[in-house]
Design a protein around this ligand. Structure first.
Ligand code: SAM
Ligand code: SF4
Length: 330
């Protein structure tokens, strides 16, 4: 079987698929208060088209998919799509990133889908008012309810916390404290300029090193072994049930072992979060491409994968990264 190997010897095994560009929240680091210009529905990939693209990718060695958005659960019958994807025998894991505001009723059903293994729940504050300020919606009680249900469920739970200067940096140690009794992996994410406008004004630059130092003001931590392709470096506080990790999303020290490709909700293929999209898969399949055509295309597209996110950003035709994460699929 041909594999998706790039010019730096990295093999692509993980695809991140944005199932929609729509979202019920308006997180300030992701989009402007009035939202983004969403595309007409017919420009979004259909679930059948997504299924087909994933199937072809799995025939080229991809074995994991992360479904993201926008908010995946905003898309009608997303749970039906999860079930449909579960029939792909070449997929080992289906992971989901969600804001958790719409999913508490679906958890029992999702638990039955054995390939759905990991849920990343985005929760940037443990304080209702702050949470509302960050997301511009007052949905903290529902998101916290989802958190508690997921924690009790059979799914592996990670909490995504975007570290935002001037908003939630005073809660970094609170999130680590949460791992004492809860079996959860907290992951702090460096803020990136994907908010529909570009780099926000920041009082301080909360890099990987600064976040780790902040944790160390309160806890003594041990680094734990992570998978080679992990996006985070991970740590544990002695006697804590859970763990925490830090994702150097902006300082980009993880690119060497990248095994990921992306497909946006409109079917744009991306080799890197920071590139500006390399191919429109939607039009390619709507114009009648066969699965073999798709395979050949994917094999050639990954050869264009840039060595790292800095090179990807420098190669953009439209200047620096500034589009909303909701359109790319974070
Ligand atoms: N709506 C879902 C959610 O919020 O989890 C899935 C899509 S969201 C774009 C995926 C992840 O990207 C979330 O954890 C979110 O916090 C993160 N994200 C969005 N914009 C970001 C930015 N500018 N910098 C860093 N992370 C960002
Ligand atoms: Fe929506 Fe997720 Fe972006 Fe927040 S981070 S606005 S929940 S897509």
């Amino acid at each position: 079987m041909s594999k998706l190997i790039d010019n730096f010897g990295r093999q692509m095994e993980y695809v991140r698929l944005a199932v929609t560009d729509r979202c019920n929240l308006r997180c300030q680091y992701c989009m402007p208060a009035h939202g983004i210009n969403i595309v007409p529905k017919q420009e979004l990939l259909t679930f059948k088209e997504m299924y087909r693209l994933i199937r072809v990718l799995t025939e080229l060695g991809v074995n994991k998919v992360r479904l993201t958005g926008g908010e995946p659960f905003v898309r009608k019958d997303f749970v039906g799509f999860l079930e449909m994807l579960s029939y792909n025998d070449l997929l080992d894991a289906i992971n989901i990133t969600t804001n958790g505001a719409l999913i508490s009723n679906h958890i029992a059903k999702i638990e039955q889908l054995k390939k759905v293994k990991n849920i990343n729940l985005s929760i940037d504050s443990l304080n209702r008012e702050k949470f509302a300020k960050i997301t511009r919606r007052d949905v903290y009680p529902e998101v916290y309810k989802t958190f508690e249900l997921l924690e009790k469920s059979s799914l592996n739970l990670k909490l995504n916390v975007v570290v935002q200067s001037g908003f939630n940096t005073d809660e970094i140690v609170d999130f680590v404290r949460l791992t004492k009794d809860k079996n959860v992996a907290v992951r702090f994410i460096e803020e990136m300029p994907f908010n529909g406008k570009g780099q926000r004004e920041m009082q301080e630059n909360w890099t990987f090193a600064k976040i780790l130092n902040e944790v160390k003001t309160e806890f003594s931590v041990d680094e734990i072994q992570s998978e080679k392709s992990s996006t985070s470096r991970n740590y544990k506080v002695e006697n804590h049930l859970g763990t925490f990790g830090i994702i150097p999303a902006f300082t980009r020290t993880i690119c060497n072992d990248c095994n990921r490709i992306r497909i946006t909700s409109t079917g744009t293929f991306k080799n890197c979060l920071f590139d500006d999209g390399v191919f429109n898969l939607r039009d390619f399949i709507r114009n009648g491409a066969s699965n073999n055509d798709l395979k050949e295309l994917f094999l050639s597209l990954v050869k264009q994968k840039p060595e790292n996110g800095f090179i990807a950003e420098a190669n953009r035709k439209d200047g620096g990264a500034s589009e909303s994460m909701s359109t790319i699929g974070g």
